[in-house]
Design a protein around this ligand. Sequence first.
Ligand SMILES: [Zn+2]
Length: 372
Amino acid sequence: MKLTISIQLKPDEKQAKRLLNTLEKANEAANAISEQAWDTRTFQQFKLHGITYHWARETFELTAQMVVRIIAKVSDAYKLDKKRQRVFRKHGSIAYDDRILRYQTDKVSIWTLKGRETIPFVCGEYQQKLLQFRKGESDLVYRDGKWYLFAVVDVIEPAPDEPDDFLGVDLGIVQIATMSNGEAFAGNTVNNVRARNVKLRAKLQSKGTKSAKRLLKKRNSKEVCFAKQVNHHISKRIVQTAKAQGQGIAIENLMGIRDRVRLRRRQRSTLHSWSFYQLASFILYKARKEGVHVEVVNPRYTSQTCAECGYSCKANRRTQSQFLCVGCGVVANADHNASKIISYLGRAAVNRPYAVSYQSARLEEQLQCPAL
Ligand SMILES: [Zn+2]
């Protein structure tokens, strides 16, 4: 499984300046190469290399590997469509391969226009452990005055056992996630932040000034950050719970959520589906790392089927939170009931003769994220 980890570089003032100059020069080169590609209608990497490589090296005084990567980046950018000239941001990220970037325990040796620089970096214990699985290129990223390297690591997944019991997870808005063991994660903190921001956004957008736009951007990224933190926490807890109990995890594919959220306002709905997709993805990749089996189930009728007697009827779901079975009279929390049904569906999925065995690539597909 491939993961991207980020480490933060701690250059001194002089080094930071050199990194910045290098980044700007590389993007300048990318734009010049993009212009040539556009003017001559040459988009294929090999051909583009033929007409721009020597010229770019002389003009921009970049190292060979970097020019090769920049040509690849330009060629890649035209893959999507060739209808408009691609322009790269002045401080867009650039790729470094092993010849121009070397990792040591707590520092990197990195190529700049003024020669190599040895720059210390910081990262968490977890990232440090993963760094040994690093493969291929890293991206040098400049964001809000700070320097990062984004590295791709290839982690070997432990093969998960096929469990006979599943922890069902129901996703929702009022309760972000409810597990079939009864534990739930309330959505009110996230929802409150979101609601506050929706109001603020409307106010700031109507103002339209530069400072209002800046503030808007800041608020948005803060909200995304916060939701991500919450999703990390929830997914971790879910995977740990399943692992401790020797269970697999059953989650619903996200089409069901779209149907539930669709009735709400559009903007809110995209935010929610995006966040659900993130949560589901976090669950998938954490489960993989821990060797926990995941089944994605079709959520149809989960909200109206009784987990006690199996009776399925629309009238069973009384309100958003209350479930009252017409068949057997059981009263339950609706989300908890749904998570139990999802747990049964997970078990049914493994037990059926044509059960799809654990395939990482398929799981994302099965999630069917509506927002992406
Ligand atoms: Zn019932």
